[in-house]
Ligand binder design. Structure first.
Ligand code: PGA
Length: 253
């Protein structure tokens, strides 16, 4: 049994004051929902304040990125050692990092290894661009990203993978539930080849890309899909609560 998992990626939104009121508006509601792992990923500067607010609750925190070195002369970067005091998860290889900030498969791979060394649980994002999807290259791209990110890494049940087709992120054009499930089935089979079948069966694999309160059920009803990485809709307390509670209801039934 895989525990369903919903993470809110706030991206570069909310000042720390706004973050405090956003979490205050959803914490009580989130606490009432059980059977789903609930993770909020605010900007770095809001991690300390959220860490104080959610402490003792069932809500967990994640960062949106990190550098792979522990410390040193890397102006502007945040290390896994810094994050380990503040959060449990870290999103790595998000397509906005890959495409706006030039993160290569190799850099993502170093980050995954480093996060695990410091006890952080990576939420590893993979996904194809529109032209790759149109050319029928989805599996090839996702497989390459996975193999590169996980090479030389020991099988690790705490890893979470998010399949996020780049063309679906922030566009309002979500993938179809069956389409997403088919790719996620493929992701699981790649992990089984890379690691082993048992680990692959235990890993949580999420869908991400324009998930809302209106379409979450379509994804969650697929047994292959264990949850969602939610961007825009995670910035609205009521909608995020609706996504989490629908997930609990559908997966729990
Ligand atoms: P979106 O973003 O839900 O706003 O499409 C998802 C993501 O980038 O993780």
């Amino acid at each position: 049994m895989r525990m369903p998992f919903i993470a809110g990626n706030w991206k570069m939104n909310t000042t720390h004051v706004e973050a405090e009121s956003l979490v205050a508006g959803m914490l009580g509601g989130l606490e009432e929902i059980s059977g789903v792992e609930k993770v909020l990923c605010p900007p770095f500067v809001s991690l300390p304040v959220l860490n104080r607010i959610v402490r003792g609750s069932s809500v967990k925190l994640g960062a949106q990125n990190m550098y792979f070195e522990e410390k040193g002369a890397y102006t502007g970067e945040i290390s896994p050692r810094m994050l380990a005091e503040l959060c449990e998860f870290v999103i790595l290889g998000h397509s906005e990092r890959r495409w706006y900030f030039g993160e290569t498969d190799e850099v993502v791979s170093k980050k995954v290894r480093s996060a695990l060394e410091y006890g952080l649980k990576p939420i590893l994002c993979v996904g194809e661009r529109l032209e790759e999807n149109d050319a029928g290259r989805t599996k090839e791209v996702v497989d390459r990203q996975l193999r590169s990110a996980l090479k030389d890494i020991d099988p690790c049940p705490s890893l979470v993978i998010a399949y996020e087709p780049v063309w679906a992120i922030g566009t309002g054009k979500a993938a179809g539930g069956e389409q997403a499930a088919a790719t996620i089935r493929f992701v699981r089979s790649s992990v089984a080849e890379l690691w082993n079948r048992d680990i692959a069966q235990d890993l949580r694999i999420l869908y991400g890309g324009s998930v809302t309160g209106n379409n979450i059920a379509e994804f969650i009803r697929q047994s292959e899909i264990d949850g969602a990485l939610v961007g825009g809709a995670s910035l609205k307390a009521e909608e995020f609560l609706s996504i989490v509670s629908q997930t609990a209801a559908i997966k729990g039934s």
